[in-house]
Design a protein around this ligand. Structure first.
Ligand code: APR
Length: 232
């Protein structure tokens, strides 16, 4: 049984079979909304009602979504693998935690979180957020979804670079490799000697950076990969 440290990057594709939309697939979220309108600080400043409506709808959907076999397989890997297993997720749904994963870093924030732009206080987001909400800590009229928007620095980056420097295996699951810095993680891990694997429905933009690839629906290929990993 190997004690390898496994770092896993997940994207919207791992939650697709739980009914949550991806961003760049046919009919995805960026086909329905302009990124500059709903996923930038400027868009929020311009029209907070539109942005709150966008995230309120996604928060409601995520609240009732259930983890699929891929999320559950990763939770089983964390439980049964003797070495460290870390999930770095670009996803803002809570499906990894609902499946039982504990060692999870949300680099793009979480739908279930609210943030005060004035005092940096964080609290559990109400089902629906509104521009008239005030911060429970400082009272400012400066509340927003605790989501990292385009042009903002993703969370936990110092930790993530450290983990990529010490990973034995790096796996990317359900991500198109279109958005940085996450798209650069595979090269960072490979430079530090990690074995790199892409598990995706189809080849991503970064496919040539991976030493090993397997294509298919996450609910099929992720449990199979976890079984192989645990039998090594
Ligand atoms: N199983 C496995 N992979 C899938 C499945 C599935 N059932 N369905 C779709 N995919 C793959 C697609 O082939 C695609 O490569 O998941 C990937 C989804 O890519 P994107 O929609 O670009 O989502 P993601 O990579 O998570 O986007 C990264 O971009 O817009 C920002 O902040 C947003 O976190 C997001 C980031």
């Amino acid at each position: 049984m190997s004690h390898d440290k496994i770092v896993i990057l997940t994207g919207a594709g791992i939650s697709a079979e739980s009914g949550l939309g991806t961003f760049r697939d046919e009919g995805g979220l960026w086909a329905q909304h302009r990124i500059e309108d709903v996923a930038t600080p400027e868009g929020f400043h311009r029209n907070p009602d539109l942005v709150h409506a966008f995230y309120n709808a996604r928060r409601q959907q995520a609240a009732t979504a259930t983890p699929n076999a891929a999320h559950e397989a990763l939770a089983r890997l964390e439980r049964d693998h003797p070495g460290e297993v870390l999930i770095v997720t670009q996803n803002v749904d809570g499906l990894h935690e609902k499946a039982g994963s504990k060692n999870v870093l949300h680099m793009h924030g979480i739908l279930a979180g609210a943030l005060c732009a004035a005092c940096d206080h964080r609290w559990p987001a109400p089902g629906d957020m509104h521009k008239t909400d005030t911060c429970p800590e400082c009272g400012a009229l400066a509340t927003r979804p605790d989501i990292v928007w385009f042009g903002e620095m993703p969370y936990h980056m110092d930790d993530i670079w450290q983990h990529l420097a010490t990973a034995d295996t790096f796996v990317a699951i359900g991500t198109s490799g279109e958005v940085y810095p996450a798209a650069a993680f595979v090269q960072e891990a490979a430079i530090n000697g990690a074995h790199t694997i892409e598990l995706n429905l189809e080849p991503s933009s970064r496919v040539s950076d991976f030493a090993e690839t397997c294509f298919g629906p996450a609910t099929q290929i992720v449990p199979r990969w976890v079984d192989q990993e645990l039998s090594r």
